[in-house]
Design a protein around this ligand. Structure first.
Ligand SMILES: *Cc1c(COP(=O)(O)O)cnc(C)c1O
Length: 393
């Protein structure tokens, strides 16, 4: 079984490019060029130079001693929280902006829900001196004021999406409309392993630097390049794709994906796509998504804004459907407790998305000599208000 994308842009039954006719030229231009451009030596050099000097890579692979002792197993944390801007998202935006430049684009658009991807995009646009327009639901603009301020400081224009529920999917619709109207000079930076082919593969490749580093670091720390398990939280699935990438075809490495159960899988308020989703089309890709009987996308819910997405990328849908990945869902409550526990045991305040991945030890037992690498996808600074309200700090 192949777990990576095939030449037609599919992961098993999932993926493809289900796009309006008018978008075809843009996506096709990308599809025809992305592999060649990104494999050029000059591209790879500029990408890796920036990852090193600007993002701060390689990020440490840290053996979490007290956390490991608590759960009687060996836990390593891949410190993506130490990336510039505080999470893994910037690995992808750097890659895409370099690609956009080589395609001769000088205008960048993006959509954002919680604002994290908008900030990562605005950051690299400032770095490269390119115009940046971020579409964001009007409701999200109000909810995520600090990230809106960050984007503005970085020189981006934040355009409110006023239709529908005024949240992420409406912002996505606006961004797609913009791209259709500006096919020549504009690149659309998608923030996760979602969207029409080639986006899921392209984003996975940019994020694969994470598992590339883990292989080398683990060799030094454990004298082996593969752990027994790799673990990540899954919103759209980009940090997960990054830490799974070089282990997809190694059956000795268990792949664990952690989704947000919100208030409980059966509560009607969750984002546990693998448990609740059915095959459908979202964001131009055939994948698992949460929908009603007649195919309307269900509003997802999670305490963590980054996991609050009704679908998963096609790679993850395939990992789930094929049984290659083990999918676990974690409630708000368990995630918040696990986040606080990491603070107390290791002196690291994780993003609430990441806290979901950290909570698996309550659900699942490991052997004492298992080596587990968890992707610590982001830091908790952005979530401080949620932590404050939750714990009455
Ligand atoms: C955005 C985000 C996520 C979820 O996105 P993926 O594409 O699933 O990785 C997870 N963790 C953090 C810290 C994020 O900012």
């Amino acid at each position: 079984m192949n777990y990576n994308v095939n030449e037609h842009g599919y992961y098993g039954d999932f993926g493809g490019a289900f796009i309006p006719e008018m978008l075809y030229p843009n996506v096709e231009e990308l599809r025809q060029n992305y592999l060649q451009i990104t494999s050029e030596e000059s591209f790879q050099k500029e990408f890796h130079d920036l990852l090193k000097a600007y993002v701060g890579r390689p990020t440490p692979l840290y053996y979490a001693k007290r956390f490991s002792e608590k759960y009687s197993t060996k836990i390593y944390l891949k410190r993506e929280d130490l990336c510039h801007t505080g999470a893994h998202k910037v690995n992808n935006t750097i890659g895409q902006i370099l690609l956009a430049k080589r395609l001769g684009k000088h205008r960048i658009i993006a959509e954002t829900g919680a604002g994290q991807h908008g900030v990562a995009t605005a950051t690299v646009c400032a770095l490269m001196g390119l115009e940046c327009i971020v579409y964001m639901g009007e409701v999200d603009i109000k909810r995520q004021a600090p990230n809106v301020a960050r984007m503005k400081m970085l020189g981006a224009t934040v355009v409110p999406a006023m239709s529908g529920s005024k949240t992420l999917k409406d912002a996505t619709n606006e961004a797609i409309r913009d791209w259709i109207n500006n096919p020549e000079d504009t690149h659309y930076i998608i923030g996760s392993v979602v969207g029409p082919h080639p986006y899921p593969d392209m984003v996975a490749r940019f994020q694969s630097v994470i598992s590339e580093e883990v292989q080398k670091q683990l060799m030094q720390l454990e004298y082996r390049n593969a752990p027994d398990y790799v673990v990540a939280c899954v919103g759209g699935g980009s940090n997960a794709a990054g830490i799974y990438y070089h282990y997809l075809d190694d059956p000795k490495v268990g792949i664990i994906a952690v989704e947000a159960a919100g208030k409980g899988i059966d509560s009607g308020e969750s984002a546990a796509t693998s448990a609740l989703g059915k095959i459908g089309i979202i964001h131009g890709s055939k994948t698992l998504l949460m929908q009603t009987g007649d195919g309307q996308i269900t509003e997802p819910y999670s305490i963590s804004a980054g996991l609050d997405y009704p679908g998963v990328g096609p790679m993850h849908a395939h990992l789930f459907a094929s049984g290659r990945g083990e999918f676990i869902s974690i409630t708000d409550t368990d995630a918040m407790e696990a986040g606080l526990e990491l603070c107390r045991l290791e002196g690291i305040i994780p993003a609430i998305e990441t806290s979901h991945a950290l909570a698996i030890f309550k659900e699942r037992k490991f052997k004492p000599d298992d080596v587990i690498v968890i992707n610590l996808s982001g830091r908790g600074d952005k979530d401080l208000n949620t932590y404050i309200d939750y714990f009455n700090l």
